[in-house]
Design a binder for this molecule. Structure first.
Ligand SMILES: C[S@@+](CC[C@H](N)C(=O)[O-])C[C@H]1O[C@@H](n2cnc3c(N)ncnc32)[C@H](O)[C@@H]1O
Length: 311
């Protein structure tokens, strides 16, 4: 695992992202999840005429990236915003249409490793998990107020946890004794509900599921993939790095369109087919063994890229 002194990892599949998004010599690229600015910096270095609009719903990430990318002057513009507002932000900044949009989903290692943010079962902290100030619901509210069947749905759908039923039941029993306020208490309840040897994996899945619910991550993603496509120039590209199967399925479906075959790449595009995107790497790309060895966060990554067809 390689983390720099600021707590941000090196960007996942950085060189692959740059080569997939090397689509034009100038114009605007959008980094919808700028985080620590790793991908943005790689793009700005590799494409000397490119300009980047970076979004993040976490103002700490934007402050950090502003400092990191300050050497690029006006080539980097950064705004605090959830990416569900991507379309408005692109139009509001007068940069429509754009050459590419990149999403690198999930949380940054900086967010995970800060106990006060409450994302990790490994660090004791308040049960928060909000990525930014635009998120109202906290993990504490989810865990203490959602009905058992709602918790079950979240753990099953967003965590793909086999023992979801046991965990939901044990949370409800525990919270009747006293509200669950810390990551450590939740982690302990999960560990006892699932028992060894799968405790760590289950803790990770349950925490992931709650984080997805708190931040409305799947709703954010589905709204944004459509908006990104709307604002891409023909020949422009959408690239998405996902870290679990639900996100990946959603991205695959958005890139393929639903219910229709994608047009054969060697035929003229059928403008009535309803397809606005064609997949560039239909099976998705995964990190090299060397990258996974160096950066454990890359382990579950899949990069999907699609290109905007002409109208
Ligand atoms: C994996 S990190 C990105 C790391 C970045 N690519 C880099 O190279 O440093 C994901 C970032 O996306 C942000 N994020 C997640 N969901 C978001 C959303 N719906 N809107 C805006 N930002 C979001 C998180 O706050 C986090 O900073």
């Amino acid at each position: 695992m390689r983390i720099d002194e600021t707590g941000f990892h090196e960007p996942v599949m950085g060189s692959e992202v740059v080569s997939f998004l090397n689509v034009a010599s100038d114009g605007w690229w959008v980094d919808a999840t700028v985080g620590g600015g790793g991908h943005s910096e790689s793009l700005l270095r590799a494409l000397p005429q490119a300009r980047i609009l970076g979004l993040d719903r976490d103002s700490a990430a934007i402050d950090f990236s502003k400092r990191r990318l300050s050497t690029f002057g006006e080539r980097a513009r950064l705004v605090v915003s959830p990416f569900a507002r991507l379309g408005e932000v692109i139009v509001g900044n007068g940069i429509d249409p754009v050459q590419a949009v990149l999403f690198d989903l999930g949380v940054s290692s900086r967010q995970i490793d800060d106990p006060e943010r409450g994302f990790s079962y490994r660090h004791e902290g308040p049960l928060d998990m909000r990525m930014g100030p635009d998120t109202e619901l906290s993990a504490e509210e989810v865990v203490n107020t959602f009905e058992e069947r709602e918790l079950l749905r979240i753990f099953r759908d967003y965590g793909e946890e086999r023992r979801a039923r046991d965990v939901a039941r044990d949370i409800c029993i525990a919270r009747a004794e006293a509200p669950i306020r810390t990551t450590a208490r939740l982690a302990d309840i999960v560990a006892k509900a699932v028992r060894p040897p799968h405790t760590t994996k289950s803790q990770a899945r349950i925490f992931q599921a709650i984080r997805i619910e708190v931040n409305g991550e799947l709703d954010q993603l589905s709204a944004s993939l459509e908006a990104a496509t709307d604002h891409l120039t023909p020949g422009g590209r959408l690239a998405v790095l996902t870290y679990h199967s639900l996100e990946d399925r959603m991205v695959k479906q958005a890139m393929r369109g639903t219910g229709r075959e994608r047009p054969p790449p060697d035929l003229p595009v059928d403008v009535d087919s309803g397809h606005r995107l064609v997949e560039v790497n239909p099976r998705g790309s995964t990190p090299s063994a060397v990258e996974i060895e160096r950066n454990s966060r890359a382990r579950s990554a899949r990069l999907r890229v699609a290109e905007r067809l002409p109208e």
